[in-house]
Write a protein that binds this ligand. Sequence first.
Ligand SMILES: [Zn+2]
Length: 219
Amino acid sequence: MVHSRRRGGLSWVAGVRTVWRVVEDGEFYCPDCGGDRCYQRLEGRRRFTLLRVPLLPRGRAVPVVECSYCRHRFSLQALDAPTTVRLSLMLRDAVQAIALAVLAAGGAESRAAREAAVDSVRDGGHPDCTEERLLTLLAALTAEGELVPETELREALSPLVPHLATAGRESLLREAARIALADGRYLSGESAALATIGAALSLAPTDTERLLTEAGQGV
Ligand SMILES: [Zn+2]
């Protein structure tokens, strides 16, 4: 608003006023509250006003997202970040895809490996996962004949990877190594699967190798 005063007491107010309209709502991760909140996506039209009377249209305002809780406004990019609920579902899928990939690569015959895989999937967000359920999923996966279900791995991991810090991606690889090592040293199929998992997690091949060697020490 531009306030201006002219000729002794005659005051008038001129400015640009934005009229917002809700075009969409939903849930997002509010960077200000630091949690999942409802949002409203607002589009605005700017108008030149005089004495608070709207006059000429001045075009559209940059659309914003408003948190319904803290009322802070953000650019539309705020919607790109997944909600914590969505993120935990992606993580759950990733952990399961990784466990299946390791089992598919040769550990499924070993009871220790199957148990390690079930533990991993339970901790990853499927608390009621059983060995039977995992083996059913594994049978469906390996029926397609691939030793390492690469497509499934990439589909499960690629939406998650951009939102994970390096430490988070490394811990997923360590979890995979733990399953592979449950029945002793890495089998050659397991090494190949772990390398594929490392690549799908966007880890450099040298980092993958280092982490796997570290995990394998003392086995
Ligand atoms: Zn907020």
